[in-house]
Design a protein around this ligand. Structure first.
Ligand code: SF4
Length: 178
């Protein structure tokens, strides 16, 4: 279970639902090879909004490092051994989605077989993105590529209902992380 992380920049704290964020985008070393995919726009939003840092592959019991996985004919297999993780992945994702507080919005890592939105090889979505969006189809959702500059990041924050203070804080966070 991922802990709820409260924002640092929010002087007057608004009580809102949390963002659900792919953990590697926050700079956490959770990728299969022990790396991360730290992203300025995602981290800026995480300084403003409370959030969960979620790595669905860790949640399903895979460690770091771990064998890389990918979709083959709608089955989630280890690339080398072809061990099949499909059932475990979906049951773990559903149980996580059922446990977490409903999202204010969702930020997913692109191209991931677990978190990807629309560009996952041989499949429309990663298993966690698919499970989360089936449960919360109206939740605002982006991948990190949609947060590549401050204007786009501010626009997503507005969609999430950010206050004027939060928008000011977001610009400060962006500069702080540059
Ligand atoms: S893309 Fe998703 S599953 Fe892969 S390391 Fe990042 S958070 Fe974990």
């Amino acid at each position: 279970m991922q802990n709820l992380i409260v924002p640092l920049f929010n002087g007057i704290r608004r009580v809102t639902k949390p963002l659900w964020i792919s953990s590697c985008l926050l700079g956490n070393h959770v990728r299969y090879d022990g790396g991360h995919k730290s992203h300025q726009g995602v981290k800026s939003l995480a300084l403003i909004f409370s959030h969960y840092a979620i790595c669905p592959e860790l949640e399903m019991g895979l460690g770091v490092p771990r064998p890389s996985i990918a979709w083959y004919n709608n089955r989630l297999l280890e690339n080398d051994s072809k061990l099949d993780h499909t059932s475990k992945a979906y049951s773990s994702a559903q149980s996580l989605v059922n446990t977490l507080e409903a999202p204010l919005g969702l930020i997913f890592k692109s191209k991931s077989p677990s978190c990807g939105l629309s560009d996952v090889a041989a499949k429309e979505r990663g298993f966690f993105a698919e499970t989360a969006l089936t449960t919360y189809p109206d939740s605002p959702v982006v991948d990190e590529n949609a947060l590549s500059d401050i204007e786009a990041t501010l626009a997503f924050a507005l969609k999430l209902g950010a206050s004027h203070k939060q928008l000011d804080d977001l610009q400060k966070a962006w500069s702080f992380l540059a």
